[in-house]
Design a protein around this ligand. Sequence first.
Ligand SMILES: Nc1cc(-c2ccc3cc[nH]c3c2)n[nH]1
Length: 228
Amino acid sequence: MRIGVVSIFPSYLEPMRMALLGKAIDRGIVALDTYDLRDWTHDVHRAVDDSPYGGGPGMVMKPTVWGPCLDDVCPDDALLVVPTPAGVPFTQATAQAWSREKHIVFACGRYEGIDQRVIDDAAKRVRVQEVSIGDFVLIGGEVAVIAMVEATVRLIDGVLGNASSHQQDSFSDGLLEGPSYTRPPVWRGLEVPEVLRGGDHAKQQQWRREQSLARTRERRPDLLPPEQ
Ligand SMILES: Nc1cc(-c2ccc3cc[nH]c3c2)n[nH]1
């Protein structure tokens, strides 16, 4: 998978070159290109924003800068993702779908966002998804991109050491993951549940399912399947 990220703060994206994501890049599973939007500005001040039509607070990012940039960095067969609080919710299903893409380009907005015509114009040529990572407002799209790239890339074969890890994720079966434990068996007077310390794998699987259902019922009843 090739990933392109456009930002006015490309160094904000450096965490993606660390740890497991960094190893996926080193191993050639993922290629990461970061681009500085200001390289497509055409004035001495390298302006990327301007005042909003119709008034209102803040500034809007210029189509005359974003347009030429996306023309250069986003080929017709790529998926263009624009993080925004006004987007469709990003979910595990989104990550699963994106993990099968060959090339994803992320457009990181700042200020009050990107002139809508940039998205409308791009949509004539490429698949565009305006996506939200949650009902809260960030200062820019970069943090959302790091979260979405991590959720997506970890699902690509070979990225996670233990292939079964993501098959037991929260949400992989639609439910929240239950509690996890490791040694010591007793810590500060708190014991690891007996069933996990035994060897009956069928009982352990049943216990984990019950824990997932209980936690989902308590924290995210909206995720429960109808009959639960
Ligand atoms: N889910 C979510 C996305 C964002 C977001 C995305 C892009 C920009 C650009 C300026 N502010 C932004 C905020 N906040 N929350």
